[in-house]
Ligand binder design. Structure first.
Ligand code: DGT
Ligand code: CA
Ligand code: CA
Ligand code: ZN
Length: 578
């Protein structure tokens, strides 16, 4: 048996899709492998566990008979005959060649068969030496374009950024474009509109009858370092942080179809087009076209388009082909959570450990947001780098907190801790210390690279402690690059549900932890969630919307998120002091 993780399995299927495309295989077959890869990537539990427990893999969206058999073979033997035969025929490294933006499957195949090119380095060398222009429909210009895209690709692969970088940048661009008199509407599309946790490039759409001044303004924004391509209705630029941004201008009457199309995701759009097809229409970014007579229907807003197709409006954060179209057909989409529904937080830091502000400053900032409760949860003693508190300092802190509370009757303050789940598996405070605290959060910050059993045992030990009310940032990942610890999340979710321990959606954009897929699975298993900014600075409370978006991407509703509760109910739920 071979315990491959979800990413490893998804990579195999994604690569199969690419290699089949280069071979020139049937489009539906290629799409099926890609869809399976995406679906496994966004599964909230380990595919290996699902397989090992004998459940029917075909119940997972996007997995049919052929792929289920391949998964079975992969996990049973650690090998895949189909893959071995495929890579004997088509070199695996062509997958990277295909990833070059201006290289499609036909060109990849030509380069391979005519020039014996199988790696990106060879493409680069051949382009530099002017050899690519010997191929059909290739010239000096296309060679130069390919060279430029190889460079862009190298940047893009390392430079997927998290929302904390992309979102504020996009808001500045939006504000600048919105201020132009020619702009009727302007929005972000793409992954940013869906609030995906990392963003490849920024996509903007503007509705206007006069695109030229908008394009001119876009090219000269202070954030822009280079114009990559400029046309009448589409301009691509490089921003000074290295990201690419695209702006498309379109007529206001076509806003609905365009915004829908460019918001993606690709997989959602594929499904929506299939639905349109069944109803006798073809759908693209310009219009919905009736196939019987070629009549074009245009939509000025997205909701009207979804409605025409018989669907409730699907908010962008759900558009990932994870069952949202089926749910919309049944009228069973989750009601999105909004930031105003969050009534308080129970994970933040003060100058007592590694925060930037005093307890009073944090409390006032929370109060100014309309929060009714806040737990101050500074780090615990063993986290020396964060100036963690000893039991003695906790008692001193309690006195300060009581004084602040007396001055600020409008918000309920609790003394908590963000207690280390130590590398040896023990907890950082004894039970008698925990018993004096109002709200205990437990988190793993050290030893995240330990093996699965050790890590999971540490986590379960914390979850099973009756004083621990919440697990902070449960997987420990940091975007864009630090991978989550290898926890058995399924076991974590089951224990959290059984003990009534809440799990956090940490709203810090480099965490977003639980992530969307884990949040969804946790909810399915009956876990209660709490969204916290883990604020170390009063400004950090502004990150709340990232956490709310992650919850929404995990199909959460207010009922799943405990800090939507008013103070009295939150107190009753956890039996907290008033
Ligand atoms: P990113 O930029 O990698 O974070 O992800 P997205 O989703 O923003 O992808 P991007 O920028 O390549 O394209 C923006 C949207 O445009 C995408 O979500 C769906 C749509 N789109 C782009 N290319 C295609 C395509 O070839 N077919 C279809 N159906 N839609 C596309
Ligand atoms: Ca994009
Ligand atoms: Ca784009
Ligand atoms: Zn923490």
């Amino acid at each position: 048996m071979a315990r491959l993780n979800n990413k490893q399995v998804a990579d195999v299927f994604a690569k199969i899709g690419d290699l089949l495309e280069i071979k020139g295989e049937n489009r539906f077959k290629i799409l099926a492998y890609r869809k399976a890869a995406d679906s496994i990537t966004s599964l909230g539990q380990d595919l290996f566990d699902v397989w090992q427990s004998g459940q029917d893999l075909k119940r997972i969206e996007g997995i049919g008979q052929a792929i289920a058999e391949k998964i079975d073979e992969l996990f049973s033997t650690g090998e895949l005959g189909f893959w071995n035969r495929l890579v004997a025929e088509v070199p695996e490294s062509l997958v990277d060649v295909l990833a070059i933006p201006d290289v499609g499957p036909k060109l990849a195949k030509l380069m391979w068969q005519e020039l014996n090119i199988t790696t990106v380095a060879q493409v680069k060398a051949a382009a530099e030496q002017g050899q690519l222009r010997s191929l059909p429909r290739m010239g000096e210009k296309s060679e130069a374009r390919i060279l430029a895209s190889i460079e862009a690709l190298a940047r893009r692969q390392t430079d997927r950024v998290h929302l904390g970088v992309a979102w504020p940048l996009a808001q500045r661009v939006l504000a600048a474009l919105r201020a132009l008199p020619q702009t009727q509407k302007v929005e972000t599309a793409g992954s940013l509109r869906r609030m995906r946790e990392t963003i490849g490039d920024l996509d903007f759409l503007a509705a206007t009858s006069d695109p030229a001044p908008i394009m001119a303004a876009f090219k000269t924004l202070p954030e822009v370092s280079e114009v990559i391509a400029a046309g009448e209705t589409k301009t691509s630029v490089r921003l000074s942080n290295g990201m690419q941004a695209d702006l498309r201008c379109l007529e206001p009457e076509r806003w609905g179809t365009a915004l829908q199309y460019f918001s993606g995701s690709l997989n959602h759009n594929v499904k929506l087009r299939e639905l349109a097809q069944k109803k006798g229409f073809s759908l693209n970014e310009y219009a919905l076209t009736r196939e019987s007579d070629g009549e074009q229907l245009v939509f000025a807003d997205e909701a009207a388009l979804y409605q025409f197709l018989g669907l409730a409006y699907i908010p962008p954060h759900l558009r990932e082909a994870r069952g949202e179209i089926e749910a919309a057909l049944r009228g069973e989409l989750p009601t999105p959570l909004v930031t105003d529904q969050i009534r308080g937080e129970v994970h933040c830091h003060s100058t007592w450990s590694d925060g930037q502000h005093s307890i009073e400053e944090m409390a006032r900032a929370a109060l100014a947001r309309g929060y009714k409760y806040l737990a101050i949860t500074d780090h615990s003693q063993s986290l020396g780098v964060a100036n963690g508190l000893t039991p003695e300092r906790l008692r001193q802190q309690r006195r300060e907190l009581d004084e602040v509370q007396a001055r600020l009757p409008g918000i309920k303050l609790w003394q908590g801790t963000e207690m280390e789940i130590k590398a040896d598996g023990s907890l950082d405070f004894a039970d008698d210390v925990l018993a004096e605290l109002d709200f205990v959060v437990a988190s793993v910050h050290t030893g995240l690279r330990q093996d699965r059993d050790t890590l999971t045992r540490r986590m379960l030990n914390a979850i099973n402690n009756p004083h621990v009310k919440l697990i902070g940032h449960p997987s420990g990942r940091l975007l864009p690059r630090r991978e989550a610890g290898d926890f058995d999340m399924e076991a974590v979710f089951r224990a959290a549900a059984a003990t009534g321990t809440a799990l956090e959606i940490n709203a810090a954009p480099e965490r977003l932890d639980l992530n969307d897929a884990h949040a969804r699975r946790a909810i399915e298993l009956g876990v209660k969630l709490i969204i916290n900014c883990d604020a170390h600075h009063t400004h950090d409370f502004d990150n709340l919307h990232f956490g709310v978006a992650t919850a929404n991407r995990g199909w959460a509703t207010a009922a799943n998120v405990l800090n939507t509760l008013p103070l009295a109910e939150f107190v009753a739920h956890f039996k907290l002091p008033v």
